[in-house]
Design a protein around this ligand. Structure first.
Ligand SMILES: [Cu+2]
Length: 177
């Protein structure tokens, strides 16, 4: 009986490493959200603490952000980096907001406009995935606050498109192999 117990214990132990080896530990990939919001003009219009940016002179005033978007030449300081991410299936994608204001990292079928028409390119319609803004729980769940992060897991093989529903020129293409 004692021999059998030892045998079963040994058998169990021998199975543990095999089970762990079945799937490689998921690797990590990172995207950074950047912006250069000007705390003075943004917070005057949008409320205290909306923009908490360490801009050091590189800030864009709120009126300039609107003007550039309306001209179809959106401010390049609002950006996801890198623009294209190639990952293997099982990789955890982490999106850090290092900017001064909130963003969303929202998967869309096709790139298009966000939920604030004033920030969309001329003639660009709101994509369905951004519709309703933060009153839509599905959109609100994709929000990333300043200094925080969102992790994306379980992406299927193929191409995935993500954009910010506030600043829709912030776009990332994720290729999963
Ligand atoms: Cu944004």
């Amino acid at each position: 009986m004692r021999t059998l117990t030892i045998f079963v214990a040994a058998l169990t132990l021998s199975f543990v490493p095999a089970a762990l080896e079945q799937e490689n530990p998921p690797s990590l990939a990172q995207v950074v959200a950047l912006d250069e919001c000007d705390p003075v003009t943004f917070n005057a219009a949008l409320g205290p603490d909306f923009c908490r940016n360490v801009a050091l002179g590189a800030a864009t005033k709120l009126s300039d952000l609107f003007a550039k978007a309306a001209a179809g030449t959106p401010d390049p300081g609002w950006d996801f980096e890198p623009d294209t991410v190639n990952i293997k299936k099982g990789t955890t994608l982490t999106v850090f907001d290092q900017g001064g204001e909130p963003h969303t990292f929202t998967e869309v079928a096709q790139f298009g406009g966000g939920f604030l028409p004033v920030l969309n390119a001329p003639g660009e319609e709101t994509v369905p995935e951004c519709a309703g803004g933060f009153s839509n729980v599905a959109v609100a769940k994709t929000r990333i606050l300043q200094g925080s992060q969102r992790q994306i897991t379980g992406l299927s093989k193929g191409e995935h498109l993500f954009e910010c529903c506030i600043h829709p020129w912030m776009r990332v293409k994720v290729e999963v192999k």
